[in-house]
Write a protein that binds this ligand. Structure first.
Ligand SMILES: *Cc1c(COP(=O)(O)O)cnc(C)c1O
Length: 506
């Protein structure tokens, strides 16, 4: 046995380990040169993506791309970063959808802001885990401060709390979960977490618009309530939940012996970018003593605008709110939050385990795991929003959103005035639904024609639009989330649509 006392861990260079080769890929102090090399290569790839992409998609077919993957052999690693990044370029980056180009106008994908992208470098390398204070420290405080800030923007008081989540779907699930458990706890003192669903749970009813996001349906299914628990309310001419029909539905369900537990309003529908009447739905929630959840996954961007903030009036009457920073705050995926008006509600989720977050620990309030569902180890996504707000300020983000909405309004006008196009509806935000329907094609199968246009543009990769069916009718869909998209870009996209439309042969 050695007589010298153990002097504590030595720097790796001083150890007798074959550091250079065997451990060069582990993030540790002996691998700084390797880290720099890898990052430089990755950075090169990103710059190339940024500077040389001229269209939002390469147009590659799935068959072609699949064929290129056939040569990959995981049993034979590549010799160096150059080979690695070449392969990643060919198999991925070259064909990746470029959300930042104005001709990408399809789904709810915003261009990202640079401070958030820089934060991702730190998030991956330092790799804090947000579940407990002892795995994150300052990371937890940053997350909590951003939650408080968002809650204040919503108009919640000092009791508000929340947690970053993987996305709006998860946040909506949390809203429904709290609605369910809160009802059972406050009516009959039933603890669902411990005892499972009460016998009358099959009669629980949740009211939402027929245009609400499908994650609510998935959530109701996961929660054991089934999709049958959702009562879909018809919308008005601008696809917003009709409050009179909402109240009538609540009364009808009560008369049928069912148990209304919650209203879910959508602030910014995925398909139309419109906001349900938030204040009126809130009044009905209060009148019938229902949990009120607002899905502001898309509409949260309005929080930062001066001109359009009033569209969110009533959001402060919610019990819980879904916020998707990766939809409307120009954040890289993932970055989302679930916010409640009163932190007591989150106690319904709390579970303690001795090894991770023991009840008697003195920093119980700092263990964010107490507020999350089905996530223990969790990325420090909050750092992206932190860097964004600290460097750019919320006003800048608000101005971006205002610019987008103004361009969308003008674009809708252009479409409305164009005799070859048929505008379906105006949007509170940046979604435009329309179809190509020139006089010359009035008797044609317009669904087939517009489907052809969308597909032809996707195959060329030059313009990417989305689509949806409204009352069975196929429509092309613009989702505008890029403040750099100008009316000229919109004209270019519309010209492309018409060119493909004119070339269609039935
Ligand atoms: C996108 C969206 C969601 C789901 O959010 P994810 O982050 O994609 O999980 C929920 N609600 C609305 C209205 C959305 O647009």
């Amino acid at each position: 046995m050695s007589t010298t006392a153990y002097a504590g861990p030595q720097p790796v260079q001083d150890r007798l380990l074959p550091v250079k080769e065997t451990y060069k890929d582990i993030f540790h102090e002996g691998a700084a040169a390797e880290y720099e090399k890898a990052m430089a290569g990755a950075r090169e790839l990103v710059l190339n993506f940024l500077q040389h992409n001229r269209q939002p998609f390469s147009g590659v077919s799935a068959a072609e791309l699949k064929a290129a993957f056939a040569a990959v052999d995981f049993d034979t690693p590549l010799p160096d970063y150059d080979s690695l990044f070449n392969e990643v370029q060919e198999l991925y980056v070259k064909h990746a959808t470029a959300f930042h180009l104005p001709a990408y106008i399809a789904h709810l994908n915003c261009p990202v802001v640079i401070p958030a992208v820089a934060a991702e470098v730190l998030i991956a390398a330092i790799n804090s885990s947000q579940d407990t204070w002892d795995q994150s420290a300052g990371g937890t405080l940053m997350e909590q401060q951003l939650i408080s800030w968002t809650a204040r923007e919503i108009g919640f008081g000092p009791l508000a709390d929340g947690v970053f989540t993987a996305g709006g779907s998860q946040s909506n699930l949390m809203g429904l979960l709290l609605a369910r458990d809160y009802y059972a706890a406050t009516h009959g003192n039933h603890n669902i977490k411990q005892h499972g669903l009460p016998v009358d749970a099959s009669r629980y009813r949740i009211f939402l618009s027929e245009k609400a996001h499908f994650s609510n349906h998935k959530g109701a299914a996961l929660l054991g309530l089934g999709e049958q628990a959702l009562v879909e309310i018809k919308t008005d001419e601008r696809f917003r939940m009709d409050p009179e029909l909402l109240e009538a539905a609540i009364i009808r369900e009560l008369q049928q012996g069912n148990i209304p537990i919650a209203i879910v309003a959508t602030a910014g529908t995925t398909d139309f970018g419109n906001l349900d009447p938030l204040a009126e739905a809130g009044r009905l929630a209060a009148k019938y003593n229902l949990w009120y959840h607002i899905d502001a996954a898309y509409g949260c961007g309005l929080l930062l605008t001066e001109k359009y903030r009033s569209l969110l009036n009533g959001i402060e009457t919610a019990h819980s709110v879904t916020i998707d920073y990766h939809k409307s705050f120009f954040q890289p995926i993932s970055s989302s939050a679930f916010i409640v008006k009163d932190k007591q509600y989150l106690r319904l989720l709390r579970m303690h385990v001795d090894y991770l977050n023991p009840k008697d620990e003195d920093y119980d309030d700092l263990n964010q795991i107490n507020k999350s569902i089905m996530q223990s180890t969790r990325r420090f996504d909050a750092l992206k929003l932190w860097c964004t707000l600290r460097l750019m300020g919320k006003q800048q983000l608000g101005v971006y959103t205002e610019t987008i909405i103004e361009t969308a309004e003008k674009a809708a006008e252009v479409i409305a005035l164009d005799p070859e196009l048929e505008l379906l509806s105006y949007s509170d935000m940046g979604v435009i639904l329309f179809r190509y329907a020139p006089e010359s094609h009035k008797t044609a199968d317009l669904d087939a024609l517009n489907q052809y246009i969308k597909k032809a543009m996707f195959n060329s990769g030059k313009v990417l639009v989305a689509s949806t069916r409204v009352n069975g009718v196929f429509h092309l869909k613009f989702t505008m989330l890029n403040p750099l998209t100008t009316l000229d870009d919109v004209h270019f996209i519309l010209r492309t649509i018409k060119q493909h439309g004119a070339a269609w042969r039935r």
